[in-house]
Design a protein around this ligand. Structure first.
Ligand code: AKG
Ligand code: FE2
Length: 210
């Protein structure tokens, strides 16, 4: 019998076919310049922060469309991007459109980056149906602790890997597009082998500095 894929929502063979098709689509995509993690300004910024060997571990284009754009529930990025020691992951979040209270700007809990990581998402043992497990749990956090960060198009927000942050659903008429990528200071850092995302020989984490 064919085995079930992540979340049990498709067969392994269907999943492989979908992955292949996604690969073809991505290969054909013309990636707009603002979605490339190689701007000299980004490099200069990260250099000025003193990072020696930053590598790009992931990047995301987040659409948050009018009326249907969902929330990003409160989280720490290190839950998914865990390193030893901690404090080596940095998010670079760029507003491609104004991010407002109405269309789902980011919210942060000031000082929350100093208390470690509450929850970790780890790879489940081979053969498990879910593929992923969570260690620990995301504590209920009082809404009043969060500070909103509305910004204009073009603004760049640096996100400490352990700071607690979230964004609300977009119930407004205006989209909130953002491009975000996460860096790891690779010098003296161990990327957890339990993270869902792993570099491979074909797709290593690319260095930010060229
Ligand atoms: O843009 C969002 O709503 C969430 C982004 C985020 O969590 C991140 O970039 O780490
Ligand atoms: Fe995040």
């Amino acid at each position: 019998m064919d085995s079930w894929c992540w979340k049990g929502s498709c067969l392994q063979t269907e999943c492989v076919t979908m992955q292949r098709r996604i690969g073809e689509i991505v290969a054909e995509m013309e990636v707009p310049l603002h979605c490339r993690t190689e701007f000299s300004t980004q490099q200069a910024l990260v250099r000025s922060l003193g990072l020696q060997k930053p590598v790009v571990v992931q990047s995301m284009y987040i659409f948050k469309q009018p009326h249907i754009g969902g929330e990003a529930s409160s989280h720490q990025d290190a839950t998914f991007l865990y390193t030893e020691p901690l404090g080596r992951v940095l998010g670079v979040w760029i507003a491609l459109e104004d991010a407002t209270l109405e269309n789902g700007c980011l919210w942060f809990i000031p000082g929350s980056h100093t208390s470690g990581v509450e929850r970790r998402m780890v790879r489940a043992p081979a053969g498990s149906v879910t593929g992923l497990n969570f260690l620990g749990s995301e504590p209920a956090r009082d809404d009043s602790l969060f500070v909103p960060t509305p910004v204009q198009r073009g603004a760049l927000i640096l996100i400490h890997g352990e700071v607690v942050h979230k964004s609300e659903a977009n119930l407004s008429d205006r989209s909130r597009h953002a491009y975000t990528f996460h860096l790891m200071e690779a010098s003296g850092t161990t990327w957890s082998p339990e993270n869902w995302l792993q570099p491979t020989a074909e797709l290593p984490f690319p260095p930010l500095y060229t």
